[in-house]
Design a binder for this molecule. Structure first.
Ligand SMILES: [Zn+2]
Length: 94
């Protein structure tokens, strides 16, 4: 292998390494995002269930408990993907 070939091979190897690194970084980022989305989705569902229970208590005439205010903004609503409307435990107003 002459010097020229060696240099070319070295360059190809370096580029390949960079590409692999980039791919790795991107896949890490994607999986973090996906994990976050899953987490947010489950929080949203949990909160919705809590809200339902609370509503049931109130409707069944249980001692008046403070109706929780919808303070936190619904991230799904912001993205236009919340279909819970009134049932959503999160705020749908900015
Ligand atoms: Zn919502």
């Amino acid at each position: 292998m002459n010097e020229m070939e060696e240099e070319v091979n070295f360059a190809i190897k370096k580029r390949h390494e960079r590409e692999m690194e980039e791919l790795y970084r991107r896949s890490m980022f994607e999986s973090i995002l996906e994990a976050r989305r899953t987490q947010e989705r489950s929080w949203h569902t949990e909160e919705r269930e809590r809200q339902k229970e609370k509503n049931k208590e109130i409707l069944s005439g249980a001692p008046e408990t403070e109706v929780p205010q919808k303070k936190m903004l619904c991230i799904f609503w912001r993205k236009g993907t919340c279909d819970l409307k009134e049932d959503c435990a999160f705020s749908h107003t900015l």
